[in-house]
Design a protein around this ligand. Structure first.
Ligand code: SF4
Length: 378
């Protein structure tokens, strides 16, 4: 494979949200300065090794990338452009938190070359934002979206969350309506899940936090799909919706099991059949990169059966599913020989569809996607 998605992790946030299990740490300006130097060194290290690769997507995620001053973001992106072979229409995304972006920031990062922005809205309701411990308010959502458009971002995505404690399907629908009113090109809608090692997990254990009943959660997912489709968004991945031509190319590469390089603390990579992951803690990441140019903590070479399972797991997240022919060519196996016994009952229960040699989740399968996908990993 000759193309490579590039991910850069900025691990700092103004405040740790109660549900967050991402690799995010409290803002630390002094450390961030050194972190950027380490990131630049890591860019240099890999660019030499991967100079044959073309880069069609770059994604700055976090944490909160926009917590860094725009000139720092410009410096990092400048180094990426300088060292890697970015394609002419390279999609260059940045995640933004409404509480961290001024008008000038948006103009500057657009001028630096970022051409796609993903804004973490989560909710339009003050009480829900407080519950999630988000640091922005409703007004900041509106001004950030409007200013991003004024700054020239014509590929704009909003992130929303549903299945929040105490949230009704009607309330959720009103958030969808408000989101659609902002005319984003792309929307991600994630159901809240409670992960271990979060403060929400502890609250749940003490019986102080309860998600809506499973049936309500399914109703919200069904509402999301119907509402966004009728507003002109294609449902292309379990949690993602796009106007035609605005699917997130960076994530599509990931779901298609393409190669990607993750730079920064805790970032993961998939290259030449190997998965590897960097050290999470920014201070340790910095030390390792200063010594040897990289900060890899663990490496795993995927055995064929594992690699096949992952391809199916990622591919089925997309509504179009996976091409059996491509799968067989890639792994040089008969799909039926390896997965015939898994597939038969799923087809019988109408959880999977098989059309024109493509396998996809059915509408029924979509609602229990995780358990259907698990069957291919057993
Ligand atoms: S802003 Fe995002 S990355 Fe940062 S703590 Fe909140 S959920 Fe986590």
């Amino acid at each position: 494979m000759n193309s490579l998605g590039l991910y850069l992790h900025i691990p700092y946030c103004l405040h740790k949200c109660g549900y967050c299990d991402f690799n995010s740490h409290p803002e630390n300006q002094a450390e961030a300065e050194v972190y950027i130097s380490a990131l630049l060194a890591e860019i240099d290290h890999y660019a030499v090794k991967l100079k044959e690769k073309r880069v069609p997507t770059v994604f700055f995620g976090g944490g909160t990338p926009t917590i860094l001053p725009p000139d720092h973001l410009d410096k990092i992106l400048g180094r990426v452009k300088n060292r890697f072979d970015l394609t002419q229409n390279c999609e260059i995304s940045i995640e933004a938190n409404p509480a961290t972006v001024e008008c000038e920031t948006l103009e500057q990062i657009r001028l630096s070359g970022f051409n796609r922005i993903s804004i973490g809205v989560q909710s339009f309701d003050a009480e829900e934002l407080k519950l999630l411990e988000r640091v922005h308010n409703q007004e900041e959502i509106h001004t950030t979206v409007d200013r991003a458009r004024q700054a020239g971002f014509n590929n704009l995505s909003l992130d929303l969350m549903f299945s929040l404690p105490g949230q009704s399907p009607e309330k959720w629908k009103s958030h969808l309506q408000q989101a659609v009113n902002k005319k984003p090109d792309h929307l991600s809608a994630y159901g809240l899940t409670i992960e271990p090692a979060t403060s929400f997990f502890k609250l749940q254990e003490r019986g102080l936090l309860q998600l809506p009943h499973e049936d309500i959660q399914l109703e919200m997912l069904e509402t999301t799909i119907g509402f966004l489709q009728s507003a002109g968004y294609e449902h292309y991945e379990i949690s993602n919706y796009a106007k035609p031509g605005y699917e997130c190319q960076h994530n599509l590469n990931y779901w298609n099991n393409g190669e990607y390089l993750g730079l920064g603390a805790g970032a993961s990579s998939y290259l030449n059949g190997e998965r590897f992951k960097n050290i999470n803690l920014p201070s340790r990441y910095i030390r390792e990169v200063q010594v040897g140019g990289t900060a890899v903590e663990s490496t795993e070479r995927l055995e064929p059966l594992h690699a096949m399972g992952e391809t199916i797991m990622l591919g089925l997240r997309q509504l179009k599913g996976i091409s059996i022919e491509n799968f067989e060519n890639r792994f040089q196996v008969s799909f039926n020989t390896v997965y015939g016994k898994v597939l038969a009952p799923l087809l019988e229960e109408r959880l999977i569809t098989l059309n024109q040699n493509r396998m996809a989740l059915s509408r029924k399968g979509l609602f229990i996607a995780d358990s259907v996908i698990l069957k291919f990993l057993a």
